[in-house]
Design a protein around this ligand. Structure first.
Ligand code: C5P
Length: 213
């Protein structure tokens, strides 16, 4: 269809979610946090007492994913994030989630004229035809600082070093996998948010989008 798609990819805690949500608001587009799908699969595996690295089990959990799995409260925890990046290497899991994401992009809910999707492989695999592709990055320490603050605010008591370590481990796993690895699409615009407040990051993204649409 002729729905406009904005792809927002990048590593852990680069600011993708906040930016993508703000862009969706600004343009009146639908927003999909694709990481929450992988998190829901990871959480479902953990709840069932399974091993996230067990490809067959993780694939069955992805194929039987329901709306109620997406609203579970523990999705944003570090443990679920790590489980998500383990199930995300499994091709069967990725295949099970692909159709939902592509349908969201081509027929955004609520009859909206466009969609913003954030994740790791939106510009490369899910929506290679997206009109705008942003690849959002920030220095490791900056990302860990943001994630650490978010966790502390929620009452999860973790050290900065632990968060930095988890984030590097998760990025490494996301970059090294053979199925849809984390990488910028050839036609992606890089946006480093290390020294940008959210308003400035939104303004920079809007500049890029204005040149593409
Ligand atoms: O974005 P978020 O940190 O919530 O994603 C959790 C994990 O899900 C990522 O570390 C990554 O392994 C996986 N993921 C993915 N592809 C996406 C979105 C997330 O592989 N499009």
């Amino acid at each position: 269809t002729n729905s406009v798609v904005i792809a927002v990819d990048g590593p852990v805690a680069a600011g993708k979610g906040t930016l993508a949500r703000r862009l969706a608001d600004k343009y009146g587009y639908a927003y999909l946090d694709t990481g929450s799908l992988y998190r829901a699969v990871g959480a479902k595996v953990l709840r069932a007492g399974g091993d996230p690295a067990d490809a067959g089990f993780a694939t069955r959990m992805a194929e039987s994913l329901e709306d109620s799995d997406l609203t579970s409260k523990d999705l944003r925890s570090e443990a679920v994030g790590l489980a998500a990046s383990k199930v995300a290497v499994v091709p069967g899991v990725r295949a099970a989630l692909l159709d939902y994401q592509q349908r969201f992009a081509s027929q955004p809910p609520g009859g909206k004229p466009g969609a913003v999707l954030d994740g790791r492989d939106i510009g490369t695999v899910v929506c290679p035809q997206a009109q705008v592709k942003l690849f959002v990055t920030a220095r490791d320490e900056v990302r860990a600082g943001r994630r650490h603050k978010e966790l502390m605010d929620k009452g999860e008591n973790v050290t900065f070093e632990r968060v930095l370590d988890d984030l590097r481990r998760r990025d490494e796993q996301d970059r090294a996998r053979s199925a849809a690895p984390l990488r910028p699409a050839d036609d992606a615009h890089l946006l480093d948010t290390s020294d940008l407040a959210i308003e400035a990051a939104v303004a920079a993204a809007v500049d890029i989008i204005a040149r593409k649409l």
